[in-house]
Design a protein around this ligand. Structure first.
Ligand SMILES: *Cc1c(COP(=O)(O)O)cnc(C)c1O
Length: 377
């Protein structure tokens, strides 16, 4: 099955009870048992729910893995994956990971003895030198947020295998439409489904896909034990979103390429960060490992004042956190999504005060460009 077909026909299609073409919302917490322990696959909805199960099967198919899991948010998904590790374990992570991921590692899981080191994972040498005796996994985000850095997934998985480590990939920005890390050797892929997978700014959710029976059993044990599951309504909304994921990703990409061209030619813009640009340091890797470059772009307008001026003037780019939905969004990472990162650390990473991040929607490109043009004027 090709990807757009899989988005419509993957997972569990329809409802065998009624012939309904979509999996219904099973708004139910418990299930009748014919005798003690004799039930039809579902006993209690934290453990398993038919609507959530249909979504979990679908994301498993899209990511070409062994088993899928749905959580109440991307952070719940990431935290559950981290619960596979033990106190004293160490994880090497991408330095400009999502701010919330940095926060849960540095401020929560560190208290429970799970250590992490943040390095520029676009450099294999830097990963290698961060691996210690107690390292258990390499966790990467590619492209990253907000600097759109690219890590070579295949090279990282090779390095991980040589050292007996798991590779975990946050695939939120690319989605399985453009990139399937498990086919590149990764063990665990996860998503903030709040973004492109949902795609309509109307649901918060997280998804995980693992590549083995053992990881599947282990993660189900964590999911059932810690309980951060996604509800049936939200599971259904994500399945509805996925049906058009391919169409949306194509539309985001088409608009983004035009906007990037406009921004690179604008005198008020110092630098443009986008993996689709030939000048991007890892453009070649991005081109090989992903089918598209995505709809996220960052650009520097020189100062915080100028950036705030642009943000105040745009009409179609809504000032908001989040990304990946049909409507275009604009944000100032230093003051919004990455405000929890100390200023010195932000400077080190290159997240300047004048850096603007946009999530390009599926509106008409001419309107979006016109909007940026007047805001930058
Ligand atoms: C938003 C986001 C998360 C966190 O997901 P939530 O659904 O907001 O909990 C994790 N990783 C990336 C790359 C994100 O953009």
């Amino acid at each position: 099955m090709n990807k757009k077909t899989k988005m419509v026909h993957g997972g569990i299609v329809g409802d065998p009870q009624t012939g309904a073409v979509n999996t219904p919302i099973y708004q139910v917490s418990t299930y009748k048992q014919e005798g003690v322990g004799n039930f039809k696959g579902f006993e209690y909805s934290r453990t398993g729910n038919p609507t959530r199960h249909a979504l979990e099967e679908l994301i498993k198919d899209l990511e070409e893995g062994h088993r899928g899991f749905a959580f109440g948010s991307g952070m719940a998904a990431i935290t559950a994956v981290m619960m596979l590790f033990n106190s004293g374990d160490h994880i090497v992570m991408t330095d400009d990971v999502y701010g919330g991921t940095y926060r849960v590692m540095a401020k929560v899981l560190s208290r429970l003895g799970i250590e992490s080191t943040f390095v520029d994972t676009s450099s294999l040498e830097k990963i290698e030198s961060a691996v210690k005796e107690n390292t258990k996994a390499i966790y990467i985000e590619t492209p990253t947020n907000p600097l759109l850095k690219i890590t070579d997934v295949r090279k990282v998985t090779e390095l991980a295998k040589q050292n007996g480590l798991l590779t975990i990939v946050d695939n939120t920005f690319s989605t399985p439409y453009w990139q399937t890390p498990i086919t590149l050797g990764a063990d665990i892929v996860l998503h903030s489904a709040t973004k492109y997978i949902g795609g309509h700014s109307d649901v918060v959710g997280g998804l995980v896909v693992v590549n083995s029976v053992q990881l599947g059993e282990d993660l189900h044990f964590v999911q059932n034990s810690t309980g951060g599951v996604l509800g049936p309504q939200d599971s259904w909304l994500l399945m509805r979103g996925i049906k058009t994921l391919g169409l949306r990703m194509e539309a985001h990409e088409k608009n983004t390429l035009q906007i990037v061209q406009f921004l690179t030619g604008h005198p008020g813009v110092n630098s443009v960060y986008y993996p689709g640009l030939e000048t991007h340091p890892n453009h070649k890797v991005a081109k090989v490992q992903a089918g598209g470059f995505g709809g996220m772009v960052s650009f520097d307008v020189g100062s915080g004042e100028k950036a705030e001026e642009v943000l105040a003037k745009t009409k179609y780019f809504t000032l908001a956190e989040s990304l990946g939905a049909v409507e275009s969004l604009i944000s100032l990472p230093a003051k919004m999504t990455h405000a929890s990162i100390p200023k010195e650390r932000r400077q080190e990473l290159g997240i300047t005060e004048g850096l603007i991040r946009i999530s390009v929607g599926i509106e008409d490109a001419e309107d979006l460009i016109e909007d940026l043009k007047q805001a930058l004027a």
